[in-house]
Design a protein. Structure first.
Length: 176
């Protein structure tokens, strides 16, 4: 099975240099974190007899360095469209938000593979409470992988506490 630009992600990863920037009612919280991230190949999926996706299932668990508390959990799929070369990432988080982000993958001259995906309101679903009190307006994520190193950075654009807020996360992981 050929997973194309996703091939280098397959496996178990861990990293302890994460930084979360999250909204607080009266300001901004900066929280250092560690995480585990698992990418598991699950084969191909065909859509409408024409689209062929090669799919990884993934699961991310994120813990505060300060006290070990798990404070983010995310499950989803990362798919490569064999014919168009497009990337699709679909995922859910326990708050009641589901995202379908789409984009591209490319290799650079230093052998890094960069996967860039983004989502706008038309591909973000959220529970009524979240829509009314902590709305996700947009999402973008870059994952870069080379050999046994994986880096990501992401921005979740929120409207919460009567203001717009750029909720960001980034980490560097190594293969376990
Ligand atoms: C490493 C990844 C992430 C971490 C560590 C993280 C952590 C946090 C934290 C600490 C808050 C503040 C509220 C609280 O204390 O519970 C928060 C809020 C929020 N996050 Fe994340 N988050 C991450 C990724 C995401 C992603 C990918 C999404 C959705 C696309 C998301 C959606 C939200 C939303 C909607 C809120 C507002 C809810 C609230 O503050 O009450 N987060 N996140």
């Amino acid at each position: 099975m050929n997973y194309g630009p996703l091939e280098g992600l397959i496996g178990n990863w861990t990293g302890n240099s994460g930084m979360d920037v999250a909204p607080e009612p009266d300001g901004t919280d900066h929280e250092p974190y560690r995480e585990t991230l698992l990418f598991d190949p699950i084969g191909d999926v065909d859509n409408a007899e024409t689209q062929e996706l090669m799919v990884l299932r993934y699961h991310q668990s994120v813990f505060k360095l300060s006290n070990g508390e798990m404070f983010h959990n995310e499950s989803g799929y990362l798919s490569w469209d064999v014919h168009s070369n497009a990337i699709i990432q679909s995922f859910s988080i326990p708050r009641g938000v589901s995202v379908v982000a789409q984009g591209t993958a490319r290799a650079d001259e230093d052998r890094w593979t960069h996967i860039d995906v983004s989502a706008d309101p038309s591909t973000i679903s959220q529970a009524d409470f979240m829509r009314d009190h902590a709305r996700t307006l947009a999402f973008s994520r870059r994952i870069s992988v080379r050999d046994n190193e994986l880096r990501y950075s992401q921005t979740t654009s929120l409207h919460i506490y009567d203001r717009d807020f750029e909720h960001t996360d980034e980490n560097t992981l190594t293969r376990m």
